[in-house]
Write a protein that binds this ligand. Structure first.
Ligand code: RIB
Ligand code: CA
Length: 316
């Protein structure tokens, strides 16, 4: 049987419960080779999300150093989301302490190192503000050709979630997103259009919990906590945002993906951070983004369950 081609990836995020679940999926995938984890302020402060990332790496037995990025957006003040993710940024289950030192490199430096050293093009999976990705692209434009794709969770073509017009990851750093969307690098956007349909219901994560392995237990408890605030907003299931950025590259067949030209609003009083798509192609340039707009929810949950089942007998 042909050896599975392992796709080199960099995970950049702000864990964050859904970032953490996305990273569990990535670490379970035989098709992916996690080369680095980099952190960006967003769900919580940079210090907190970096500590969380290092604990997640220990939990998943990842033999990598975490590199921390920017502690604030390129141009604006930081906004954080303790209402969703708690004071630690990853409230809920107890996690192991970090088992690797923090990298001496910054996130953009780590990204550049991985891109330079990789024989194959690298996929960046960005599930937080795009500050680090933008900083890397601005500092090392010659490395764009080493990037296979940037798979992001961010934006929303029809609505926002932090303001009426803007989704949180884009709103945290609109200028960074503008730089990424204008970089010319192949971009896939999992916005709220798909992630608010990627609903995982309590009975779905009870099924995961019943796997009764240490990782499935932690994932179920992350859903327990995350759903507290999400359900208070009226959702009947957990809006499982960041895992879409991983599963849409592993299993694109369960998603509806459309090519559009997308731009970022920087100046609107009510619309700053909005992702605006030209659906018709009449008003702007060639498409710059593969927009993931729908999914087969049941298959999404099945893949989540299947990934968690791979941790049978896991030592924590
Ligand atoms: O709007 C949802 C996004 O913001 C997710 O990435 C979540 O983790 C937060 O970062
Ligand atoms: Ca995130």
């Amino acid at each position: 049987m042909d050896k599975i081609r392992k796709r080199p990836v960099i995970l950049d995020g702000d864990p964050g419960h859904d970032d953490a679940i996305a990273w569990v999926l990535a670490a379970a995938a035989d098709e992916l080779d996690i080369k680095a984890i980099t952190t960006v302020a967003g769900n919580q402060t940079l210090e907190k999300v970096t500590y969380n990332a290092r604990r997640i790496a220990a939990l998943l037995h990842l033999d990598i150093e975490v590199a921390k990025g920017r502690n604030r957006p390129l141009c604006s003040e930081l906004i954080i989301a303790p209402n969703f993710h708690g004071e630690t940024g990853l409230d809920g289950p107890v996690l192991p302490e970090p088992d690797h030192k923090l990298s001496d490199l910054s996130a953009p430096e780590m990204m550049a190192k991985v891109l330079r050293e990789s024989e194959e093009k690298v996929t960046i999976i960005s599930t937080g503000a795009q500050t680090n990705v933008a900083a890397m692209l601005l500092a090392y434009p010659e490395l764009k050709e080493k990037i296979e794709m940037i798979s992001t969770m961010g934006g929303g073509l029809r609505n926002g979630n932090w303001t009426a017009g803007a989704e949180f990851n884009i709103l945290v750093d609109p200028e960074a997103a503008y730089n990424v969307y204008h970089s010319g690098v192949k971009l896939q956007m999992c916005g709220l259009d798909v992630t608010e349909k990627a609903l995982v219901y309590p009975e779905d994560w009870e099924r995961i919990r019943s796997l009764n392995n240490p990782i499935a237990k932690v994932v179920a408890e992350w859903f327990d906590f995350f759903f507290i605030h999400v359900s208070s907003l009226g959702w009947s299931g957990a809006t499982t945002h960041d895992p879409c950025a991983v599963l849409s590259i592993l299993h694109p067949e369960i998603f509806d993906i459309r090519d559009y030209y997308v731009d970022i609003e920087l100046n609107g009083e009510y619309t700053r951070g909005a992702t605006i798509a030209d659906y018709t192609g009449r008003h702007s340039n060639e498409p710059n983004c593969a927009c993931v707009v729908d999914l087969d929810r049941e298959k999404f949950v099945d893949y989540l369950y299947e990934a968690c089942s791979r941790y049978e007998g896991w030592e924590v």
